[in-house]
Design a protein around this ligand. Structure first.
Ligand code: GDP
Length: 433
């Protein structure tokens, strides 16, 4: 099962939390700072999903002998985990040691849930808000002692854990970047795959650090190896009389779940169809980076071209941020354009804007174009932060609800200013009284 590691410096209440989660008295609760323990694993379950809960000793960044070993244990636990619960003392806020942990976690690129423990009453929330600054997303206020807040935490934690892949293996993290090639039947997915793979097909065993998965294919593009996920589903063409669209959609969803970037393949042969629209929507909803590719460009003529550009403006306007590549799987024309587009989209997808730059940008924006006054009131934006990447998510702390139009305006300007070509971005609000 997937592993969830619980880390944090000594005395923040990790073991109490682990106790809560396992509902057992197995974990040892310690009051002595810096006591060394090795990692302890428990079988846990939440919402019907099994996982391994890994309890670690405390982390001290700059410590002598014993502490250092504990730090190493914590780092090792993170390396082996699929998601991490990082516990801080919610009454104290983030310490320098916690900030060091954040730097370590950022390097690891694992999903992290930030827990503000020891919040036994709503009146103790004041330090919790400042934890947004750590850039790890929304802090979960929890009282491990009383059990409040742990349900929400676990809901989010099991969501962050990967599903078991079809063949029983885990969804691999790290290694070559993962691409889902999606599109309705006959747009040329398998032809394109063949053209891309060509003679440059990479032998699976030669790719270091990857789990062998016979449903994926490794393809060298632009000097880099890419993992095209679930290509078996493309190669094994489905000729089912009924329900084939249903299975195609299921396959599309599965591929998107496993990928970091989606290539939605369209064909110049026909206008954008309902099925194309549904697939595009699935790709957008997945929160993955996105590239649009128009195939069969060898069939293009003047007249078709005229209509195609009109269709693009009409049907693809909502994903105008996705780079578009025109290709021909038949001739191989422009097949070298795909890798740069994938790279651009993935770079945007992982882009992090520092809190300083973000707030400077917003300050200027609001000064130049203030929020309209509604009913004598004008909500103010107090502070903004980017809690997560892949895809980039932004949170605005405001004194009231922002006009949807104004929110779209901010989103658009964020996109233009920091260049999120090929990545969806999300802007949400937190209204403070
Ligand atoms: P899939 O269902 O998306 O995997 O589509 P296929 O790769 O099986 O292709 C469907 C049909 O389109 C086949 O007859 C291909 O030969 C043809 N095809 C694919 N790519 C191109 C292309 O770039 N140009 C032209 N003219 N035909 C193509």
């Amino acid at each position: 099962p997937p592993a969830l590691a619980v880390i944090g410096r000594p005395n923040v209440g990790k073991s109490t939390l682990v106790n809560r989660i396992t509902r057992s008295k197995e974990a040892v609760v310690e009051d002595v700072p810096g006591v060394t323990r090795d990692r302890v694993s428990y079988d846990a379950e939440w919402n019907g999903k099994d996982f391994t809960l890994v309890d670690t000793g405390g982390w001290e960044q700059d410590a002598r002998g014993m502490h250092k070993r504990v730090a190493e244990q914590a780092e090792m636990a993170v390396d082996e985990a699929d998601a991490v619960v990082f516990v801080v003392d919610g009454l104290v806020g983030a310490t320098a040691v916690d900030e060091a942990v954040v730097r370590m976690l950022r390097r690891k690129k694992k999903p992290v849930l930030l827990v503000a423990n020891k919040i036994d009453a709503p009146s103790q929330m004041s330090e919790v808000y400042s934890l947004w600054n750590l850039g790890l997303g929304e802090p979960y206020p929890v009282s491990a002692l009383h059990g409040t807040g742990t349900g929400d935490l676990l809901d989010a934690a099991v969501k962050a854990l990967p599903e078991f892949a079809e063949h029983g293996g885990m969804i691999p993290t790290g290694g070559p970047r993962r691409v889902a090639l999606v599109g309705r039947p006959n747009v040329g997915k398998s032809s394109l795959l063949n053209k891309l793979a060509g003679s440059e097909r990479v032998v699976v065993d030669s790719v270091a650090g990857t789990t062998m998965d016979p449903v994926d294919e490794f393809i060298e593009l632009g000097g880099e190896t890419w993992r095209f996920v679930d290509t078996a589903g493309i190669r094994r063409r489905q000729h089912m009389a009924s329900g084939s669209e249903y299975y195609a959609m299921l396959r599309t969803q599965r591929a998107l779940d496993k990928a970091e970037v989606a290539v939605v393949l369209l064909s110049v042969e026909e206008p954008v169809s309902e099925q194309d629209v549904r697939i595009i929507q699935m790709a957008v909803d997945s929160g993955r980076a996105l590239v649009v590719a128009y195939n069969k460009w060898d069939l293009m003529d003047e007249e078709r071209r005229y209509y195609l550009e009109r269709e693009v403006t009409r049907d693809l306007a909502h994903i105008a941020w996705a780079p578009r590549v025109n290709v021909s799987a038949l001739t191989g024309w422009h097949k070298d354009k795909l890798a740069p587009a994938l790279d651009t989209a993935l770079t945007s997808w992982g882009r992090r804007i520092s809190t300083g730059r973000l707030n400077a940008f917003l300050g200027e924006l609001v000064a130049a174009t203030p929020h309209p006054v509604r009913g004598g009131k004008q909500p103010r934006i107090l502070f903004a932060t980017q809690p997560s990447t892949r895809p980039p998510r932004f949170v605005l702390f405001t004194t009231g609800f922002l006009d949807p139009g104004y929110r779209r305006f901010i989103t658009r300007r964020l996109r233009e200013t920091f260049d999120f070509t090929g990545s969806p971005i999300e802007v949400s609000m937190r209204v403070r009284e």
